[in-house]
Design a protein around this ligand. Structure first.
Ligand code: GLC
Length: 782
């Protein structure tokens, strides 16, 4: 059945709704309303964060530790007032007011300007066999974003979104269930925004006005309703709180921000060496080579093919010498192989680490290695075991792990037979005894918990070096363990086009380190498509080229000189921008802000940005308006309020209007905000080729400020103070443009360097950058 029929099964049973409030009890962080059997609790966790829970039988499940980092009792107590009237119980914090009607327990929220949001509507909250749901009003001018990994464009109003991790092979514009399941969204209208985190790992669904235009519904197969409402006047505030709730990404190694090259597969040592040589000979920067499943012996995880990769340690150290890091793929399926001396199978059986049926029999499915067993990553002991297995890889120099097929993706028949995609039996027990659950509850977590095992394993094994983890599947909070790519996209213009809104919605779901396969995974890119894709790919937080078995090769040089030159230019630009991009990663790690973002993130009151899906911001200063169609050399570009400059020509524009950009194949239209300060590095062939000996600050006239973050880029020493920040600002005082450089802060000292300040269209000044404060004056041009 096509995935767009992916609705929850039709159930005609009527909903039972919650009744009248009979008593109200107040704690220091919550109120509890008893409703003649059912209970409702509203916890106040921050001035802009409340948690709503409804239990039809009045008993609440114990807390699950899986996605939300902080239990309710660990949030610091915030002041709130409770007012009781005959009609309602009202809670008021500094930022919001929640009103619960006594008669039907409907919840209404208001901000401090009395603007309503997240209002319950008919039938309010209800349950029936196997489902519990809530209905809320859609305000006339409201738009909806986030929802994790989603195809299509940016705004999800009028759509149905199911949360159930799935191998979404062959996905298209109408696909519903994807690899990632992140039940979180942001609703936005001018000056009022709110986020909803639906705290359920069971299969769940949002209907954003599809069934009834003015109503959105959330429904889950869990037995109680549990959701968080996060208020914010704009998305940035909501994401800050949401990532406080579900965690933020750790700062990755700087090399993982460089260009990654992947293919299914670079199938032998010779092919990999040749690939690395091509990059260096052609002076196209590259930091990372990914090895897909064929490096293994018969797809057995944690092995190497003795025929094709006879000397992996030597290969990896030679690659490292040439500045390449190696990332290997690890899938969850462990080959079922009794009596074959396969240590992973044997240890897994011995430790009883694999998923079993409810009756205790081992569960198996079919994946690359044929019959396979699956570790129960919900268990900390299993994660510990799995993590340690990476020692055989890290010992010989593997620097990152790519987790795939972890939705989990499996068949009921050997791969190649016309089998069916299956998942574990929904009643299969998973997790440690103290938190034992069924697969129905843990399915959506399988990818996240596998990535967690990899992340924690690498952290232990490479305790002085940051590692890189990439996962295909995940749940809310996956950003704590891993970066994410959008699975098997296709070499189609449409897929290039939707890559931007897909990644933007991931960023608005708390997952900042994301990318799509440049060039498309399935199918064959054309030269023109590849050039355009590399331009867009330069903006992806994770910049990785990949392609599938038996498709045309997709390396930067395969499409001839003209496209090779374009690829080189845009990969070079990526490397030049790394000081800027690395700072954006630091921001994401400390505040939850997306790296790649839709314009509405920075212009939340400009309704023209609400459906604008084909222009993006990389941080708040750089805006790209890529070309994603064949034969197109011109396109309309919306410039929000303010002054903008063309990155390439320096032309100045007054914003608040559309312009027509000229974009021959060599040009991706790129703009900078007036007052932007962009730190740039010299082009290097890999990030650690040499220390940053020259920093260029490109500054555009106007007023603005920016803080550069630096550290050694690869150890954990930043955690104990070995970092540096420098605040730069620019302003005009009539006759002069003044650039101020504040004294460097923090305990890390960058390599000796010269800093070149290039005030675009005005002039240049340079100085030896010793971290002291200084002021540079430029005469304003006539
Ligand atoms: C899956 C992955 C793809 C990988 C292939 C072989 O299709 O999504 O990236 O190349 O498996 O491992």
């Amino acid at each position: 059945m096509p995935q767009y029929f992916g609705k929850l099964p039709i159930n005609e049973q009527p909903w039972t709704t919650i009744g009248t409030v009979q008593s109200v009890q107040r704690g220091d962080r919550y109120i509890r309303l008893e409703c003649g059997g059912p209970s409702l609790t509203i916890s106040i966790l921050a001035a802009n964060l409340i948690r709503v829970r409804l239990s039809p039988n009045g008993e609440f499940m114990p807390r699950r530790s899986w996605a939300v980092t902080l239990p309710d009792e660990e949030w610091s107590v915030v002041p709130f007032e409770v007012r009781e009237t005959d009609e309602a119980v009202e809670i008021e914090t500094e930022q919001l007011r929640v009103c619960v009607h006594r008669q039907n327990c409907r919840i209404e929220c208001f901000n401090s300007d009395n603007q309503p949001f997240a209002h319950d509507t008919e039938p309010g909250m209800g349950w029936r066999m196997g489902a519990i749901a809530a209905w809320k009003r859609i305000e006339a001018d409201e738009h909806f974003y986030g929802f994790g990994e989603r195809t299509g464009l940016l705004d999800k109003r009028s759509e149905v979104k199911t949360n159930w991790t799935t191998d979404a092979l062959d996905y298209g514009l109408l696909t519903d269930e994807m690899y990632q399941a992140i039940p979180f969204f942001i609703a936005l209208r001018p000056s009022v925004a709110y986020g909803i985190f639906f705290n359920t790992t069971f299969k769940s669904q949002f209907d954003i006005g599809a069934e009834e235009p003015g109503v959105w519904r959330m429904e889950t197969r869990a037995s109680e309703l549990d959701y968080y409402i996060i208020y914010g006047s704009e998305p940035a505030q909501i994401l800050g709180t949401y990532t406080q709730l579900t965690g933020r990404m750790p700062l990755p190694p700087k090399w993982s921000l460089g260009y990654h090259q992947c293919r299914w597969s670079y199938e032998s040592e010779e092919v990999v060496r040749e690939l690395a040589r091509e990059f260096r000979d052609r002076t196209i920067p590259c930091d990372v080579i990914h090895l897909d499943i064929d490096y293994m012996r018969g797809y057995r995880v944690f092995t190497w093919s003795p025929k094709r990769f006879p000397e992996p340690a030597k290969l990896l150290s030679d690659l490292a010498r040439d500045g390449f890091k190696t990332v290997t793929i690890i899938d969850p399926g462990v080959k079922y192989e009794p009596e074959a001396d396969y240590h992973v199978f044997e240890e897994g059986i011995e430790g009883d680490y694999f998923v079993r049926h409810a009756d205790g029999k081992l569960f198996h499915g079919y994946v690359w290695p044929d019959k396979a067993l699956f570790p129960d990553f919900m268990r900390p002991d299993v994660r510990g075991w799995w993590g340690n297995l990476h020692k055989s890889l890290t010992d010989i120099g593997v620097a990152g792990i790519w987790n795939d097929m972890n939705e989990p993706a499996l068949d009921d028949r050997p791969f190649g037979d016309p089998g069916n995609k299956i998942w574990f039996p929904l009643d299969a027990p998973q997790g440690p005894i103290e938190e034992r659950a069924t697969h129905a509850e843990t399915h959506n977590l399988y990818g996240s918990m596998m990535a967690r095992a990899s992340c924690e394993g690498l952290e232990k094994l490479r305790s002085n070096e940051r590692s890189f983890v990439l996962t295909r599947s995940g749940y809310a909070g996956v950003q704590r363990w891993s970066s994410v790519w959008m699975g098997d996209n296709q070499s189609l213009w449409e897929h290039l086009e939707i890559s931007l809104p897909m990644l933007c919605n991931m960023g608005l779901s708390g997952v900042a380190f994301v990318g799509c396969d440049i060039g498309g995974f399935a199918g064959n890119a054309t030269a023109e498509m590849f050039a355009r894709w590399m331009q867009v790919g330069m903006l992806y937080p994770l910049m990785r080229g990949h392609s599938a078995m038996s498709t045309a090769r997709h390396e930067p040089w395969v499409f001839g000189d003209r496209v090779e030159k374009i690829c080189r230019e845009y990969i070079n630009l990526r490397y030049q921008l790394l000081p800027y991009i690395y700072t954006l990663f630091w921001e994401a790690a400390t505040t939850g802000a997306p790296i790649l973002r839709p314009l509405l993130y920075d212009y939340p009151n400009d309704t023209k940005t609400y459906t604008l899906y084909d222009q993006v911001l990389l941080g708040s200063s750089l805006m790209a308006a890529p070309i994603y169609r064949p034969g197109i050399e011109y396109r309309a570009v919306y410039l929000p309020e303010g002054v903008w400059y063309d990155w390439w020509s320096g032309d100045r524009y007054e914003g608040g209007t559309h312009i027509l950009a000229h974009a021959p194949l060599e040009r991706m239209p790129l703009y900078v905000r007036a007052g932007a300060i962009i730190p740039m590095a010299p082009v290097m062939q890999h990030v650690d080729e040499r220390p940053l000996d020259q920093l260029t600050l490109r500054i555009w006239p106007g007023s603005g400020e920016w803080t550069l973050y630096e550290d050694d880029g690869h150890t954990f020493e930043y955690k104990s103070g070995a970092w540096a920040t420098t605040k730069y600002s620019v302003r005009s005082d009539g006759q002069h443009i003044v650039v101020e450089i504040a004294a460097r802060e923090g305990n890390w000292t960058p390599a000796a360097r010269e800093t070149l300040v290039e005030l675009v269209g005005v002039g240049e000044q340079r100085f030896v950058d010793d971290g002291t404060q200084r002021q540079l004056m430029f005469s304003t041009p006539e």
